[in-house]
Every structure is written in C-alpha cells, then in structure tokens.
Design a protein around this ligand. Sequence first.
Ligand code: KG4
Ligand code: ZN
Length: 371
Amino acid sequence: MRILAIETSCDETAVAVLQISGPIEKPDIKVLGNALLSQAKLHEKYGGVYPNLAKREHEKNLPPLLEQALKEAVTNDRQLTTDNLDLIAVTAGPGLEPALWTGITFAERLGEKWNKPVIPIDHMEGHIYSVLYRTESNPKSEILNPKSALKMPALALLVSGGHTELVHVKDFGNYEIMGRTRDDAVGEAFDKVARMLGLPYPGGPEISRLAEKSRNRSGEDTIRLPRPMLHSKNLDFSYSGLKTAVLYRIKAEKKTNNQFKEDMARAFEEAAVEVLIEKTRLALIELENKVKTLIVAGGVAANVYLAQELHKLTREFPEISLRIPTKLLSTDNAIMIGLAAFVKVSCQPEIIKQEAPLEASGNLSLVSWKK
Ligand code: KG4
Ligand code: ZN
C-alpha cells in the first residue's frame, strides 16, 4: 500500500510517502519520502504555539514540503507516480483547528486532483502506531524488541504538549482511556517551566539537558517538589500544581544562577516523571498482567530520563515489551499518520470508499472503530 500522509495539527508541517505491506503487527515499512518543517523558532517568543501564525506557516510550507517528499520518494522508488498512490491520510484532530483545517483542505484538493481517497486520522492514533516503525538507527528499540511484532493488548502512555493519557489498547482500533490529565499536559508543563527558567521553546529538550547536568554534578537532588496525585487511587494526572510549585520556588530564590536552574530543571523532571511511572505501574497492575506491550509515545517520549525509568519499571513486568519510538517518530511527524492509516485501512478496507466530508476536530477524543 502506498500512502501520502500529511500532518499539520500543531507547529510541525510534515508530509511523508510510505510504502507498507505485510501484517499490521509487524509490517514491512519503507519511508520513501519524508519532509518536515518545525515552526518552533517562530513561536518561541509567544512561549507556545500561536494558532493563526501556525495556520499561515502550514499554508506556506505544505506545497514545497509535498514537492520535496515526492521528489525524494521518486528517487527511492522509480516506479512511483501519483497514479500508483493508494490513498492520502491527513490528521483531522485533536489539535489547533485552524492548523488542522489547512492540512485537510490541502489533502482534499490533492485527492480531487489525483482522484484518490482521503482518510482522516486521529493524531493520537498516529502517536500510538508510531512504534511500528523501527530503523537500524534506532538501537534502543532494536535491543528491546529484536524484530518482534507489536503484540496486543497494549497499554499506551501518551505524553505530548496537549495530552497525558493512559490508554488500554485492547486491540488495533479498540481503545479505552483509563486516565488523563485534569489540567495541564506534561509536555505543556515542561514548556511552561522552561519559560519560567528563561529557556527557549519547546522546553522539554532544554529542561532535560539542564537536569542531566545537575545529575552529573551531584547524586542528591537539592530541591524537593510535590508529586501531584501520586497517591490518588485513580489513573488521572495533574500538572498545574507542580508548575505553580516551581513558580513559587523560583520567586523565593533571590538569584537564579545556572546551578539553581539546573537543579530546578532536575527537580521538575524527576517529579513529573515519577508520577508518569507510578500511574503506569498502577494501570499495568489494574490490567492484571494481560498487557503484552507498553507503548510510550508523543513528544515527551523523547525524554531520556523517562526512558531510563521506564526500563526500570518494565523489569518488574518481564513479560511486557517496551516500545518507545525514535526521537524522529516521537515528536509530531507525518510517518506516524501514514502508519495509523495503514492500520485502519488494513482492518477496514471499506473506509476507502466512504465519502463523508472531512472535518477538523480540535478536541477529538480517541474513539474505537473496532470492537
Ligand atoms: O507530540 P508533540 O511533538 O506535539 C504535540 O502533539 O503536542 O509533543 C511536543 C511536546 C512539547 O511540549 C515538548 O516540550 C515535549 O513534547 N518534548 C519533550 C522532549 N522533547 C519534546 N519533553 C521532555 N523531554 C524531551 N526530550
Ligand atoms: Zn503530537
């Protein structure tokens, strides 16, 4: 199956051309072309993503990115023409509506021009199925999962700038949300704390870099922050209190020198990650050893400290295999949208023929399409 995939839900404009075959648990994936442009630098001065600016940038960037992805795809597969693409997949939500509409309109115009079906994809399903793709340059994943299939049922910890969710993936296309954040998403908290410390957007990688410096300098953490909802008996999260605790601690400090910033980044990262780990443990226990795979996806899955703690956690559950995407696949991209489309169309070939008009849905919540 040849898929052209488009992602514009937030501040990454991305287009990918994929050729995928084989079983959904272990597909043979070739990324023929992949073009991505991050707007992060442009949004930096706002400390977050500014929706109308994102929309304008997506509109400007989609045509050249499409050209780039197709050009690369043709060099990898000389047979490729727009005629032998099977479908176009586009993110329909959740995300920023003006940004989502840009991708949808673009995909629909291409669909008309090339006479190809356009399939709407849930961005969070994209994150879940991002773990299907593993490359030689992904040694971490290769060691953990030597060419293994993605076994169901799975538990997915989805951690991004807009989401913090624990999802029981009972099977491909069958989901139950077990817990979610009641306020800020964990990635959002990373971004806000980074801003308080005067670090650039997106904050996750910066916090992580500083936290590592603090850990290398001293074995002990010097600042203690709260772990919101750590002991609540449910699987929900809350990150706004932690963010406020950081704010008060910064205000109380007269001089915020580099060492203080590094220690604060570490204190925040360790508090945020501890809650993610504990809730994941609780969910695994609640699912009574039924889970075969732990999927961790979304931008925050690129966090090295989180990955280390997850490895420790899965040692307690030796029958579970841990799947974390590569950095390229954990933050927003179009490859994952193509992968989710492959899963959906393989299970339900009839959706290709459905001609309902596509709509952007900013608050789209993961829905099952298979029982
Ligand atoms: O999935 P994503 O690219 O976009 C959304 O769908 O939100 O996630 C972006 C989020 C940002 O909040 C960013 O700060 C965070 O992922 N992030 C990280 C790291 N890299 C990206 N957070 C912690 N550590 C990282 N290394
Ligand atoms: Zn995302």
